[in-house]
Design a protein around this ligand. Structure first.
Ligand code: ASP
Length: 323
């Protein structure tokens, strides 16, 4: 994918997918019982004076409603549509960056998918909100303005998440709090940059990588990859049942340094020997699995969350189909 071939490009495309950022409440000030994905993305844009002033200064803002979902209900079909739309716009030399409005619940999964599939040389910026659009403390407008500001920066690349004044690598970020406005973390990796009063303050290099390409998502039917978790009292029955049902991949949320209850571990080894792809991921939300334990007989997903590891395994299985 080329970067900006027209150096005067000042177009940012905003793709709407729903989420709390587009949510409204029946009762004023209800930050819990609101309904996500109610407002159209063009209404969100129209409500932010800072975006109107960018337009007056020559920034061409275009919007497209790709989906309208609470991101807890994110589907593979929406992922395919969103990835195709993002790829199409990023290829346009007139476009300097793309912004995606999203829910916070599965932002870490969508972000990971977009980075692995597109690895863009332009900014592809996810943003979201912890409060609905009509809340007293609505965080969506500032987050969306910050995301567009980041998408306009010619030196920035990769899939990013901009929330609460912090720029994260979307493939590293994870939601760590159900309520606070500072609900995200990247574990040990930390933020990539801060965005303060419209000024970007970078801390480390922008994400890079070899893109798999959006065509990897083309198959109508995707491999089945399920998540299981190790815990006190775990046994292998769930794994055996999933294998009987024809699962192709299993991610296990692990305790400690990627450890698994011995009964579950035995079932996962059986699954692996039957050709099911297995990946270990940390249950704890930060840190990185260190090699050297007896559990190394099952591969691990380093610092990915279990939900991101599921995306990784899904993409590996999809990519293997193309070879
Ligand atoms: N359930 C909402 C969603 O993920 C939560 C949010 O956006 O904050 O769409």
């Amino acid at each position: 994918m080329t970067r900006i071939s027209d150096s005067s490009a000042r177009r940012v495309v905003i793709l709407g997918t729903g989420g709390t950022i587009a949510g409204t409440s029946a009762r004023a000030g209800d930050n819990v019982g609101y309904v996500a994905a109610q407002l159209q993305v063009d209404d969100l844009v129209a409500a932010i004076p800072g975006l109107a002033s960018l337009s007056r200064r020559g920034v061409d803002l275009q919007v497209e409603q790709v989906a309208q979902v609470d991101s807890k209900d994110m589907s593979h079909a929406v992922w395919r549509r969103l990835t195709a739309a993002a790829e199409r716009h990023l290829k346009d030399p007139q476009v300097c960056g793309v912004v995606v409005t999203h829910g916070t619940d599965t932002l870490e999964e969508t972000g990971y998918l977009l980075q692995r599939v597109l690895s863009p040389l332009k900014p592809l910026v996810l943003t979201a909100a912890m409060r609905p659009a009509d809340a007293l403390q609505a965080d969506g407008p500032q987050n969306l303005l910050d995301a567009v500001t980041v998408a306009l920066q010619p030196q920035v690349q990769g899939v990013l998440a901009v929330l609460n004044g912090v720029v994260w690598a979307a493939a590293e970020v994870r939601k760590v709090h159900p309520y606070r406005l500072d609900a995200f973390s990247a574990g040990d990796a930390g933020p990539l940059a801060f965005i303060e009063e419209g000024q970007l303050r970078p801390l480390r290099p922008w994400p890079q990588g070899l893109p798999l390409g959006a065509a990897v998502l083309d198959p109508e039917i995707w491999p089945e990859v399920q998540l299981v978790s190790s815990h006190a009292g775990a046994d292998g029955r769930i794994v055996d049942l999933l294998c009987e049902a024809g699962v192709q991949g299993l991610v296990v949320g692990c305790t400690g340094n990627g450890t698994v209850h011995h009964e579950l571990f035995a079932a996962l080894l059986r699954a692996q020997s039957r050709g099911v792809a297995v990946l270990r991921a940390l249950r704890s939300g930060s840190g990185c699995i260190l090699p050297g334990s007896a559990h190394d007989a099952l591969p691990h997903a380093a610092s990915l969350t279990p939900a991101q590891a599921r995306v990784e395994l899904l993409l590996r299985l999809l990519a293997a189909r193309r070879r």
